[in-house]
Design a protein around this ligand. Structure first.
Ligand SMILES: *[C@@H]1O[C@H](CO)[C@@H](O)[C@H](O)[C@H]1NC(C)=O
Ligand SMILES: *[C@@H]1O[C@H](CO)[C@@H](O)[C@H](O)[C@H]1NC(C)=O
Ligand SMILES: *[C@@H]1O[C@H](CO)[C@@H](O)[C@H](O)[C@H]1NC(C)=O
Ligand SMILES: *[C@@H]1O[C@H](CO)[C@@H](O)[C@H](O)[C@H]1NC(C)=O
Ligand SMILES: *[C@@H]1O[C@H](CO)[C@@H](O)[C@H](O)[C@H]1NC(C)=O
Ligand SMILES: *[C@@H]1O[C@H](CO)[C@@H](O)[C@H](O)[C@H]1NC(C)=O
Length: 779
């Protein structure tokens, strides 16, 4: 598994090489659900007997077992040869056998909650915990009595985000533990972080025993990612938080500042990757953590982790673990991934998961450039290094390459590509591309440059990631990059100054979709629309590990309590926090009802009252933002919900020809279509003729209400809703309707040249807007 942040892309490609270096691999052998008729020692014995059947000796069988999953998930993880794995997979009772893939993922904020209309309340909470305010936060008691489990790289217990001042007691029902280890003892758990555990067996079976200089063998976070994500979900309200004491200053708070957190450390530093952000997480370790988290008693799981490439549900540890969680009513929220802007890149595609994309906030870290000709160009950075207030010579990196390096490579400021003679004393302009953004700054510094401007390359648009560069620097969008290059080309003595960064809030348009956010269609099952929703994931401030530098470069010896970070890893915990608040307000709602409420109330407009765009300014679509941008306060009162049960998901899996997840469940004779699953969205691929699906909505609003359907059909299609009016007489009442989609013969459906066309179905009762995205393709 991989941590989903955009900070460094390199490691994604390195991981598979490392993991496949031996012919014995960690496999997960999955049997579905426990029937509940066995003691835990019996389960372990049964798992051993399966292992013994393919191993030469009893001893070998014992030694190869990593985990026996005993609580809810029935299965085990063991080191097997491909032949042994294949033999086990042939057994009837085995649902699937799959390699424990390494994954990768990432992290919180001051601005986000105000941006979605929650922060007014967070600020007031500092002074008086108002009970009578009408807002969601106070109705949800800031998440009081809700437990959120975070699977990540651990946490930094000394951060003020984890203070338990004034927190309620640990619930009696809580079964979790505080697992001691390196620099971590029972005093590091409290009434805020009520549980902390770590899972490392699969990691160690690939990389050998953990190098204790690289990471802590304990729930303590050396990386920063887990501290960022967990403090985003449920960090306490901390006044005067800022990056390096200067930027994004204000009150930092998790979205649900009074939830209790349970930390499950499943991601570990990769040996040999000390210089780059190398952190990995394995399916087998994550499944053990999820099995424990379900049993410990969490209500929400926040998982900013995903496979580098989409995988089928029966081969996907997170999807399997999440299905078991959803059976117990636990909401599972996951990041969509950072593999955008290409289509079909998203991971965590199972319909029972909330899949979260990433978009911008209305905040920038403005550090403008003044060119020698007086022209002012907008740039962004979080670096606190400053140039003096005078103009310095400006050079394009491609023009100052070493003799053995091409202009194109040098233009990207890759390591050892710039000539010191030519860079010395200059501000160097580099383009994005290969290499890390902060690493390019390191190269400029190595070559003696005094300042660094990072420009977006062709196709990257106006999305600028603000980085804490190791020297005076700023970063600009694609349009500005072209302006600077043209200026350098057209001037005899190009020069510039970089002004120091200041925090600007209220920038527009916001939100826009991050270019890195992974996109639909869902390649695992194109009849399930993904992602579900978007939330802030660009330049987010949250707590950080004091053992890591803000750039994650080993050569950077700065240490910070707060860091600004980007990725769908940062957007996922925003939605996890919103789910926790909804759980507090509506404790009986299912996981599907909470997901539906978040989705059908999501927003489609930016703060300029126009439709949300991508980072290039083009209209964004449901394959980027799902149902839209989350609006937690509206989600507390959605009017109607599209509910679904664990049994509905098993039926769906039958339709997908992936039965067997639950041995006690018999697939129905007449299987529904996969897109009959009661999702608050609809995706149809390869439409020929017409398709009719059914949906059922549950009235969770006022008792008596009348809802009317309206449709914005995808271009070239007709959509018919029947009936188009629903009358509810009481709360909890369910009503079904059908959606028929067919090609509009009077309209050329290929008019736009797009494979998919997008539309909306909206139910409206005069007060609640219940909106679902529709995606249709006929090819
Ligand atoms: C797998 O099963 C085949 C056929 O039963 C057997 O010949 C082979 O030895 C088995 N391999 C392992 C590794 O158990
Ligand atoms: C736990 O660790 C802290 C230092 O981080 C130390 O002060 C304390 O004595 C330790 N407590 C126990 C019970 O070992
Ligand atoms: C920087 O210089 C410009 C003119 O060269 C001046 O207007 C500005 O006030 C100076 N800024 C600071 C912070 O000294
Ligand atoms: C280019 O040559 C220099 C020595 O002149 C060397 O240090 C550097 O690593 C080389 N760069 C690349 C990219 O090969
Ligand atoms: C980055 O590296 C890859 C692999 O070496 C290469 O295919 C690609 O063209 C490079 N991209 C740029 C922008 O140089
Ligand atoms: C958004 O609105 C602001 C203020 O209303 C305006 O200055 C800005 O130009 C608008 N931006 C776009 C992209 O329309």
């Amino acid at each position: 598994m991989k941590i989903i942040s955009t900070f460094f892309f390199l490691f994604v490609f390195l991981l598979p090489i490392l993991a496949s270096s031996s012919n014995k691999q960690v496999y997960i052998v999955y049997f579905g659900v426990h029937k509940g008729d066995k003691e835990s020692y019996e389960i372990e014995e049964i798992h051993h007997s399966y292992l013994s059947s393919v191993k030469e000796t009893e001893e070998e069988a014992r030694a190869s077992m990593l985990y026996s999953y005993k609580h809810s998930i029935n299965g085990f993880a063991a080191t097997l040869t491909p032949a042994q794995a294949s033999n086990l997979s042939k057994l009837d009772e085995v649902v699937s056998v799959f390699e424990s893939h390494p994954m990768k993922h990432k992290m919180h904020t001051t601005r986000s909650w105000q941006f979605v209309g929650l922060e007014e309340e967070i600020n007031t909470q500092l002074h008086f915990q108002s009970e009578n305010s009408e807002g969601l936060l106070s109705r949800a008691k800031y998440g009081h009595n809700v437990i959120v489990g975070v699977l990540d790289s651990g946490f930094w217990p000394e951060s003020k985000s984890y203070s338990d001042d004034g927190m309620g007691p640990i619930p009696k029902s809580w079964k979790g533990i505080c697992q001691t280890g390196d620099a971590f003892n029972s005093s590091h758990c409290n009434r805020k972080v009520i549980g902390a555990r770590y899972y490392i067996k699969a990691y160690e079976s690939v990389y050998g025993p953990l190098d204790r200089k690289l990471d802590y063998l304990s729930p303590r976070d050396k990386d920063g990612h887990g501290t960022h994500t967990s403090s985003t979900v449920g960090g306490r309200t901390v006044p005067d938080a800022a990056f390096m004491g200067e930027l994004a200053d204000g009150t930092a708070s998790g979205g649900a500042p009074l939830v209790q957190l349970a930390i499950y450390k499943v991601c570990w530093a990769i040996p040999g990757h000390e210089k780059v952000d190398g952190n990995t997480c394995f399916d087998a370790d994550m499944l053990a953590a999820m099995d424990d988290a379900i049993n410990d008693g969490v209500h929400v799981m926040s998982i900013s982790i995903g496979t580098p490439k989409p995988v089928g549900y029966s081969q996907d540890g997170i999807a399997i673990g999440a299905l078991h969680a959803v059976k117990k009513g636990i909401v599972v929220s996951c990041s969509a991934g950072n593999s955008g802007p290409h289509a079909g890149t998203l991971s965590n595609t199972a319909p029972w998961i909330i899949t979260v994309g990433a978009s911008s906030l209305d905040r920038e870290f403005s550090a403008p450039i003044v060119l020698g000709n007086g022209m002012v160009i907008q740039g962004q950075t979080t670096t606190t290094f400053r140039l003096d207030n005078i103009t310095h010579p400006l050079v394009y990196a491609g023009d100052i390459s070493l003799p053995n390096v091409t202009q194109e490579l040098a233009g990207q400021c890759l390591p050892n590509s710039l000539s010191s003679e030519k860079a010395g004393g200059n501000i160097v302009f580099c383009l994005r591309g290969n290499g890390t953004r902060v690493g390019k700054g390191m190269e400029v510094m190595r070559a003696g440059g005094i300042g660094y401007i990072l420009g977006n390359a062709k196709g990257q648009g106006e999305e600028v990631v603000a980085d804490p560069h190791v020297l005076p620097a700023t970063a600009v969008g694609e349009y500005e990059a072209v302006q600077i290059l043209n200026y350098i080309k057209s001037t005899r003595y190009p020069a510039a100054k970089i002004l120091p960064a200041t925090t600007v809030v209220g920038t527009s348009p916001a939100p826009f979709m991050a270019s890195f956010t992974s996109r639909g269609p869902n390649v695992v099952d194109p009849t399930i629309l993904k992602p579900d929703i978007t939330a802030p994931g660009l330049n987010i401030l949250a707590a950080w590990s004091e053992e890591d530098s803000p750039t994650k470069l080993a050569t950077d010896d700065r240490r910070v309590q707060w860091n600004i970070y980007s990725g769908t890893s940062m957007s996922c915990p925003h939605v996890s926090a919103a789910a926790a608040l909804l759980k507090a307000v509506h404790p009986t709602w299912s996981s599907a009802a909470i997901r539906s409420a978040l989705m059908t109330t999501a927003g489609l407009k930016n703060n300029n009252e126009s439709l949300i765009t991508d980072s290039m300014g083009n209209p964004a679509d449901a394959f980027q933002y799902g149902a839209g941008h989350f609006r937690p306060t509206k989600a507390a009162d959605p009017g109607l919900v599209y509910d679904a049960t664990y049994t509905d998901y098993l039926t769906y899996l039958c339709s997908l020809r992936m039965p067997g997840f639950d041995p006690s469940f018999k697939c129905p004779q007449n299987l529904p279509k996969t897109n009959d699953l009661n999702q608050p969205s609809l995706a149809i691929s390869k439409l020929s003729g017409s398709v009719t699906v059914t949906r059922t909505v549950t009235n969770v609003g006022k008792g008596r209400s009348y809802y009317f359907a309206s449709v914005k059909p995808p271009t070239g299609y007709k959509v018919n809703i029947s009936p188009s009016m629903l009358i509810f007489r009481h709360k909890g009442q369910k009503k079904s309707f059908s959606i028929t989609v067919e090609k509009d013969v009077y309209c050329n459906s290929q008019a736009s040249g797009q494979e998919y066309e997008f539309g909306w179905l909206t139910w409206f009762d005069g007060f609640h807007t219940v909106r679902s995205p529709i995606a249709v393709s006929s090819v």
